[in-house]
Every structure is written in structure tokens, then in C-alpha cells.
Design a protein around this ligand. Structure first.
Ligand SMILES: Cc1cc2nc3c(=O)[nH]c(=O)nc-3n(C[C@H](O)[C@H](O)[C@H](O)COP(=O)(O)O)c2cc1C
Length: 367
């Protein structure tokens, strides 16, 4: 028996307080289904797909599990194109493209749409009715929230601050993902132009548990059962783990990404905007250094900058280099381990039980 109020888990239809984080480009139907079949909540990151590709991913997952799973979408403010800024950024990257015998694209595109403006995606979700839908980078409009709720879908949204959590509560969302600054991947901040306090998972989880009326799911830097126990002790109903699932054989991570995650010599993580246009935490490499350089020009809007980032990575990868890859990872990446996802869920639950038993023993006793 895990020390968690079961009401959110009941609503999500899961037995274990473990959510495999949605990871655009890394999570797969096989990964999500393996986690759901093991009693956790698997997730698909479909934020960078169009409605038809997303529908196929949902159907492929359904073919592998009868359990519930989560489908995650991006709700960022649609990008503002600025050809001067984009041109300067491409010029800045040109010498690195040249190193790999490539030229930068002539111009950059908004490579995927925000759910806020994607009516085909909303329609697809209403038709497919995944058990759970989660939002990153903000919220969709109230009409979309109403349509998804009417379709019987449980809704989650990511907050990095109390102010964002209050907006999530006001929008009638069912639970909040509290994403600490330790987390791998993109920070879920609603508006990247605003001041970001960078709250850690411990402070943020506790703040949201105490200050909002919604169930909280803790995310960021959680890699094992002891981390999950800590999240539950703070009052979270579940923990969401991303980095921990990247090395699973079911993920879409390429060989270079897997091996550096598991290497004891992995570089430290950095928060960077250079790869996509929004702050995201990943392993430091030549790309994150380019973003930090004093002479770096203004970075184009998200996801326009990602068009350049993906082209640069493709050019480098074609020449055998992973120096410009987006290797998203959280601060506790050194605790990564490689095992099939179902085995990882089982291992996490064993460790959670051990940690809970250890905590009970550690209780102060009368002298
Ligand atoms: C490779 C990777 C991709 C991610 N992509 C998404 C995404 O598409 N949508 C999302 O809401 N969160 C995404 N995240 C963030 C996770 O939801 C979560 O906040 C984070 O993984 C938690 O920190 P951890 O990596 O230390 O466990 C991603 C994280 C990683 C590591």
C-alpha cells in the first residue's frame, strides 16, 4: 500500500503513482503501453505532430494496451516570425553548418502548431477520447477545455509557479503537474518573456499542495523509488519521470543519446533557449555553448528556432557528430539505468516500498 490518497489515481485509472512523462520525439506507443500495462500511466508526447500522425500514435498505443494513457500537447503562444532576427540567427549558425559541409536553410518555419490554434487536433482528441490529456507551455482556451471534458477526458496541466497553478485551477483542469527547475526537457513556463523564479521540485510541490485545491503530480529530478517517496511525502499524488525512461529500449532515443545518458562521464545539464527558442534542460554540448556565447544574437521564437536546431543536428549527425543534438535530461541524469520500461516500473515500486519502510523506521522515538 503506497502512502498516497488514491482519488487521483482512481480518476486516472492507475494503480501505481508513477507517470512516464510525455516526451515529444522520445516517447513511443511501445513505451507508453509498457508503462500502462505495468500499472503506471504511460504518455505520448504529440505536441510536435499534426492531427493525423497523432491519431495514428494513439491508435498504435491502443493496439498495445487496454489501459489508460496520457496524450500531451503544447499550448504556447503562437510564434511571431521576425525575418531579421531569424536571418541573423541563421548567419550565426552558418559556420557550424559549414563544418559539416552543409548550408543553413534559406528561411525558418513554425514547424508545428500550438493546440490553441489547431482545431483539427482538438477534433481528433474529441473523436479518439484518450483517457488523459495534458498541457504544456500554458492552457488552451476555455472552449477546448470544455470540449475535452465533455468527451470524458481527464485533464492535467503543467505549472512551474504558484501563479501558473492558480490559472490552471481557475480553468477547471483536474490536476497540476508541478515541474521543478531540475526537470529535463522544456520548462513548462507559460510566458518565457516573464521573470522565472526557477523553483525546485521540493519547494514547488509543497507550495502547490498547500496553496491550491487540486491534486499535484511532482516532476523534475525524480529517478528512483526514494524520489517518488519524497514526492508523496510532500503531498503529491504521483510522480512524473522523464529522464528515467529515456534509456528504456522502448524509447525513440538514438544510440548516442542513450550511451551518453548512461555514461558516468555525462556532461552537466544546462538550461538553454538556443536549440528550440524556449528554455529547456539538456546535456551541455556545443549547441548549448553557442547559445551562451557573448556574441550570440537574439534567438528566434519557439518553435521557429527549433527548425534551425533540427537542421543543424541533422547535418552534424549525417557526419557522425552528436555535438548539436537536443539531449534533454534532468539534473539527476547520472542515476539513469537501462532496463525495459515494465521492469523499471516494477523496480521503482519496490524501491518506493523500501523507502516508505525506511521512513517509518527513521521516525523520531521518545528518548
Ligand atoms: C526527452 C524529454 C522530452 C520531454 N518532452 C516533453 C513533452 O513533449 N511534453 C511535456 O509536457 N514535457 C516534456 N518533458 C518534460 C517532462 O514532462 C518532465 O517535466 C521531466 O521529464 C521531469 O524531469 P526528469 O526528466 O528529471 O524526470 C520532456 C522531458 C524529457 C527528458
Amino acid at each position: 500500500m503506497h502512502p498516497t490518497d488514491s482519488s487521483l489515481l482512481n480518476r486516472l485509472g492507475i494503480a501505481a503513482p508513477i507517470i512516464q512523462a510525455p516526451m515529444a520525439g522520445v516517447s513511443t506507443p511501445a513505451l507508453a503501453a509498457a508503462v500502462s500495462n505495468a500499472g503506471g500511466l504511460g504518455s505520448l508526447g504529440i505536441g510536435a505532430m499534426n492531427a493525423e500522425a497523432a491519431r495514428e500514435a494513439i491508435r498504435a498505443t491502443r493496439a498495445l494496451t487496454a489501459g489508460p494513457f496520457n496524450v500531451n500537447l503544447f499550448c504556447h503562444e503562437p510564434a511571431q516570425s521576425d525575418s531579421t532576427r531569424e536571418g541573423a540567427w541563421l548567419q550565426y549558425l552558418a559556420s557550424v553548418f559549414a563544418e559539416f559541409g552543409a548550408t543553413p536553410p534559406a528561411s525558418l518555419r513554425e514547424i508545428y502548431q500550438s493546440l490553441r490554434t489547431d482545431s483539427a487536433m482538438v477534433q481528433m482528441l474529441v473523436e479518439e477520447r484518450p483517457a488523459v490529456v495534458s498541457f504544456h507551455f500554458g492552457l488552451p482556451g476555455q472552449e477546448i477545455v470544455r470540449m475535452l471534458h465533455e468527451a470524458g477526458i481527464v485533464l492535467l496541466a503543467c505549472a512551474t509557479s504558484l501563479a501558473e497553478a492558480r490559472q490552471i485551477e481557475a480553468a477547471g483542469i483536474d490536476a497540476i503537474v508541478a515541474q521543478g527547475v531540475e526537470a529535463g526537457g522544456h520548462r513548462g513556463v507559460f510566458d518565457p518573456r516573464e521573470f522565472d523564479e526557477g523553483l525546485g521540485t521540493l519547494a514547488l510541490t509543497r507550495l502547490l499542495v498547500r496553496e491550491t485545491g487540486l491534486p499535484v503530480i511532482a516532476a523534475g529530478g525524480i529517478m528512483d523509488g526514494a524520489g517518488i517517496a519524497a514526492a508523496l511525502a510532500l503531498g503529491a499524488h504521483a510522480a512524473q519521470l522523464g529522464t528515467a525512461f529515456v534509456p528504456c529500449p522502448e524509447s525513440a532515443a538514438d544510440e548516442a543519446y542513450r550511451s551518453v545518458l548512461l555514461s558516468r562521464a555525462a556532461p552537466p545539464t544546462t538550461m538553454t533557449r538556443a536549440i528550440s527558442g524556449r528554455p529547456a534542460r539538456g546535456l551541455s554540448n556545443r549547441f548549448t555553448a553557442l547559445g551562451l556565447a557573448a556574441e550570440a544574437p537574439g534567438i528566434p521564437d519557439y518553435p521557429i528556432a527549433y527548425d534551425a536546431g533540427k537542421a543543424l543536428h541533422a547535418a552534424a549527425k549525417a557526419q557522425g557528430s552528436a555535438d548539436f543534438a537536443a539531449q534533454w535530461a534532468g539534473q539527476a541524469v547520472a542515476l539513469s539505468r537501462a532496463m525495459p520500461a515494465a521492469e523499471l516500473v516494477r523496480q521503482l515500486l519496490l524501491e518506493l516500498d523500501e523507502a516508505v519502510a525506511g521512513l517509518a523506521q527513521a521516525r523520531p522515538r521518545p528518548l
